[in-house]
Design a protein around this ligand. Structure first.
Ligand code: 6PG
Length: 465
């Protein structure tokens, strides 16, 4: 009998997803570019091997699938995907679906969907979050594509997805690039949340002389309250490990230079392109970039001095500052989604997106349940920070954020994401800001004109009379 789905690419994520599907009783055709990997994968599949059908040749892999076919590609994004589409498309028939489950640039996904549409083929861009464990035992999945593809994928994806109180963390979010866009923003939020966690660690470590293990225990405690989240949980654990080689705390031997593969940067670029600014995500991407300049920073410390003084904020105050930052960070992420929804005519369901992020994905946290609820209710100006629950939460926690940022700034500690959070919050709550000055300057030097308060039309200042 024929397989219900094909998985091309048996790297970490592809293998885990194929095993997850087999585990849920689906027949899965599998193959890989390097065909000598396939036997190893099958050997490791153990009991599940009966549901996994390996093929060496692309032609046979395609022929082994029930029609209309659904084929999931788990390969590096970019050029490899275009090459694979080129080689597999001629073997497919009208109505078949190709799925890209990688972290692809949604512009490329839109282009690919359009190209394949001309051949009556469907292209799905699917964001998969949760790392290897998630993929194997329940990821969160963000699907963009046609209704036809979703109808076929739905029963499989709902079975293999993570569940939040029984609700599978997967949905069809819109056409073509919508799923990959939502995944990109998920990663942008992930970057900012990770950066805030790193800043909180830094303040306790360098501003209060806590040991990594003590900070780890504090994170574990926080993971049982309103800050509960996967990233807090794993950071708490990681901080309590020692290096088997030196015996030092593990985090003390890890080089302070962060990698990044592009999704955080794409979030920022897309936000800016749409006339938005997600300054916490910008700060997080920038902080990773600065982190990679290790040599320069070491020279700068020698020349400029790197002293940092003690901070004036206890752990409870830090926890509140963290919570305020997290609310603001999610709010920024959802604003980018809102802008894209309008720009691309996607009608994204923000409440549903928050729901499918409640389990399985990297940014899963206690807050997401409140966020989905807030989106189901009335949001003044469509803004998450104005939902009664979050407005109240911010009123309660921002004073702590203010104290932490002020104290960090005073003590010479870098807190780019938390200070960005505060800058955004303070900007947004000013009904009358300072852009009148920008407008006066623009008119003064360039005759650009400005609107007068309460009056339509273009005016110029008396400096032109
Ligand atoms: C996830 C992660 C995952 C991966 C990213 C992170 O949701 O499971 O976001 O997709 O960890 O590649 O990207 P960086 O390597 O840029 O941190």
């Amino acid at each position: 009998s024929k397989s219900q789905i094909g998985v091309y690419g048996l790297g970490t994520m592809g293998s885990a997803l194929a095993l997850n599907m087999a585990d849920h009783g689906f027949d899965v055709a599998v193959t890989n570019r390097e065909t000598d990997w396939i036997a190893g994968f099958m050997a490791e599949a153990g009991d599940l091997a009966g549901k996994l059908h390996p093929y060496d040749k692309l032609k046979d892999f395609v022929a082994g699938l029930a029609t209309p076919r659904i084929i999931l590609f788990m390969i590096p994004s970019g050029k490899p995907m275009d090459m694979m589409i080129e080689s597999i498309a001629p073997l497919l028939e009208a109505g078949d679906t190709i799925i890209d489950g990688g972290n692809a640039d949604f512009h490329a996904t839109r282009r690919r969907a359009q190209t394949l549409q001309a051949q009556d083929l469907h292209f799905v861009g699917m964001g998969v979050s949760g790392g290897e464990k998630g993929a194997r035992f329940g990821p969160s999945m963000m699907v963009g594509g046609t209704a036809h593809s979703w109808q076929q994928l739905r029963p499989i994806l709902r079975r293999i997805a993570a569940r939040f109180e029984g609700d599978p963390c997967v949905d069809h979010l819109g056409p073509d690039g919508a799923g990959h866009f939502v995944k990109t923003v998920h990663n942008g939020i992930e970057y900012a949340d990770m950066q805030v966690i790193a800043e909180v660690y830094g303040l306790l470590r360098n501003g209060a002389a806590w040991t990594p293990a003590q900070i780890g225990e504090m994170f574990e405690r926080w993971d049982r309250g309103p800050l509960k989240s996967y990233l807090v949980e794993i950071t708490g654990k990681a901080l309590q490990y020692d290096d088997p080689v030196t015996g030092h705390p593990m985090v003390d031997v890890i080089k302070d230079a962060a990698g990044q593969k592009g999704t955080g940067r794409w979030t920022v670029v897309e936000a800016v392109r749409m006339g938005q600014s997600a300054n916490m995500i910008e700060a997080a991407v920038g902080a990773r970039s600065w982190s990679s300049e290790k040599d320069t920073r070491q020279q700068a410390q020698a020349i400029l001095g790197g002293a940092r003084s003690a901070i004036d904020a206890d752990a409870d105050t830090l926890a509140e500052a963290f919570l305020a930052s997290r609310v603001l960070c999610y709010a920024q992420g959802f604003r980018i989604l809102a802008a894209a929804s309008v720009e691309y005519d996607w009608t994204l369901d923000f409440a549903r997106i928050a729901e499918i992020w409640r389990a399985g994905c990297i940014i899963r946290s206690a807050l997401l349940d409140d966020i989905s609820e807030a989106f189901r209710g009335d949001l003044p100006a469509g803004q998450l920070i104005l939902a009664p629950k979050f407005a109240e939460m911010l009123a309660r926690t921002v004073p702590a954020l203010r104290q932490v940022v002020a104290s960090a700034v005073h003590g010479g500690h870098a807190v780019p994401a938390m200070s960005a959070a505060l800058a955004w919050y303070d900007t947004m709550r000013q009904g009358f800001g300072t852009a009148n000055i920008i407008q006066a300057q623009r008119d003064f030097f360039g005759h650009h004109g400005f609107e007068r308060l309460g009056e339509e039309g273009k005016h110029h200042g008396p400096w032109w009379d």
